[in-house]
Design a protein around this ligand. Structure first.
Ligand code: KE4
Length: 440
């Protein structure tokens, strides 16, 4: 018993689909998920001791790489003093203070245990603060699996073809309005119809759950202006982009000030953490100060706080994002060039340590519709070809990819060498099928 296949069969006996999160299932790319037993730096090791260069990074948290000594040492030390007290610790204040310093739009912050909890709580808080019920989200954006937000969602919901989940009562879903990312006119139209009832607009400032889509100029500023005009709360979901694209997150990068921010992933350094924060007049509505209830047994637990603090120690080092951004750009431009040389239409995008790879003739991909036009079967061939070469990309065409500080020119060079082989194989298969000749 050690082969991923056997482990997967056993997992399916006890766990629905054999996974504890659907996007890990490989259902959209075919084949079976790999079972990993360790991670070190830029690498993961599967149960057969095969190493993979990892561009998933646990879907974003592992920006310092796997098992970074500074984080391991901090957690190892802390764990000897106990795991959870369900009472305040100074560590929670330290992490809260650090985040407020790095993201000035966050005047106060509440720790929770996942991005889902954070977005669910932020929606409730915005509704309590404005005394309105409707929220506005964007098709293809994903904010976790709270009922109100599983309407035309991205990430695994989109990957598996269930963007609007079963089990969400219509009366809940009808309070969720859906606009199109990068298409401000669709937002204005909904505000014109429902403006006085819209409690909040929630947006991934960089859409990382329909692959990776950058905001077009004026899009985020337009959302800010509309929320000001209609007195709605602007919520930036920075679970993925927070401390990923820049030290101040996407809000710092694009210089737009949201009313509330949702965080997760990197602020936990791989431990379960989410957070919601923002204007103190809104945050003061949260219990025990105000009437909006929100709670969590393990919220702010000392081990997660320690891992988060140690991770932020690393990302605040001088030049951290400059180096990460350069390496990510190098990877993307290399892949684009190699695809072109092989006659394969490919568009790439990167910002900070996150990237998007699209198999499309389009010179830019700015909307959800354009993402859906991309060549998914070709992505599957690329994904499995690279996996064979020991390079692990996200098992979904609708996810962003991530580079860590542990990746170096060495990993990029190997990845590009592998991609050259894979693109050649794909190109040969396309030639064969187009000429309908027999190929071995
Ligand atoms: P969690 O509840 O999974 O911690 O966070 C939900 C969430 C909220 N907001 C954004 C922008 C997110 O990207 C996420 C979670 N991201 C997915 C992958 N893109 C998590 C992977 C999974 O579902 O297993």
């Amino acid at each position: 018993m050690g082969h991923s296949h056997d482990l997967f069969a056993q997992a399916k006996r006890y766990i629905p689909g054999g996974v504890n999160s659907p996007v890990r299932s490989f259902q959209s790319v075919g084949g079976e998920p790999l079972f990993f037993k360790s991670g070190q730096g830029a690498y993961l090791v599967d149960e057969q001791d095969k190493r993979y260069i990892d561009y998933v990074g646990s879907w974003g948290p592992m920006i310092a790489g796997h098992a970074h000594p500074h984080i391991i040492e901090a957690v190892t030390h802390r764990i000897k003093h106990g795991l959870s007290f369900g009472a305040p610790t100074r560590l929670e204040t330290q992490l809260a203070e650090k985040i407020c310093q790095l993201m000035p739009a966050i005047e106060q912050i509440r720790m929770v245990n996942s991005g889902t909890e954070a977005s669910m709580s932020a929606i409730r808080l915005a509704r309590g603060f404005t005394k309105r019920n409707k929220i506005l989200k964007f098709a293809g954006c994903y904010h976790g699996h709270a009922d109100s937000l599983l309407v035309q969602a991205g990430s695994g919901a989109l990957t598996l073809g269930i963007p609007s989940s079963a089990g969400v009562p219509a009366r809940i879903a009808e309070d969720t309005l859906v606009a199109e990312f990068n298409q401000l006119a669709t937002v204005k139209a909904l505000f014109a119809l429902h403006g006085e009832d819209i409690a909040a607009v929630i947006v991934e400032p960089i859409a990382g759950n329909m692959n990776c889509i950058l905001p077009q100029p004026r899009f985020l500023a337009g959302l800010r202006e509309l929320c000001n005009h209609y007195q709605s709360v602007l919520i930036f979901d920075e679970v993925m982009t927070g401390f990923r694209v820049a030290l101040g997150g996407a809000q710092g990068y694009f210089d737009i000030k949201p009313d509330l921010t949702i965080l997760g992933k990197i602020i936990g350094g791989g431990m379960p953490v989410g957070a919601l924060g923002g204007r103190s007049d809104i945050m003061q509505c949260l219990a025990p100060e105000g009437p909006v209830y929100q709670a969590g047994t393990l919220s702010g637990n000392p081990i997660a706080m320690t891992a988060g603090l140690a991770t932020l120690d690393l990302v605040t080092a001088p030049g951290f994002y400059k180096t990460l951004t350069h390496l990510t750009e190098q990877l993307m431009s290399g892949l684009k060039q190699l695809a072109k040389q092989a006659g394969i239409a490919c568009h790439t995008v990167s910002i900070g340590g996150m990237f998007g790879l699209f198999f499309t003739e389009a010179s830019t991909v700015a909307t959800f519709e354009q993402v859906k036009q991309c060549n998914i079967p070709l992505f599957k061939q690329f994904f499995h070809g690279m996996l064979q070469e020991g390079v692990y990309f996200a098992p979904s065409a609708f996810e962003a990819g991530f580079v860590s500080a542990a990746h170096s020119e060495k990993e990029v060079a190997y990845t590009l060498q592998a991609a050259s082989k894979v693109f050649s194989t794909i190109s040969a298969s396309i030639t064969c099928s187009s000429q309908e000749i027999h190929c071995n």
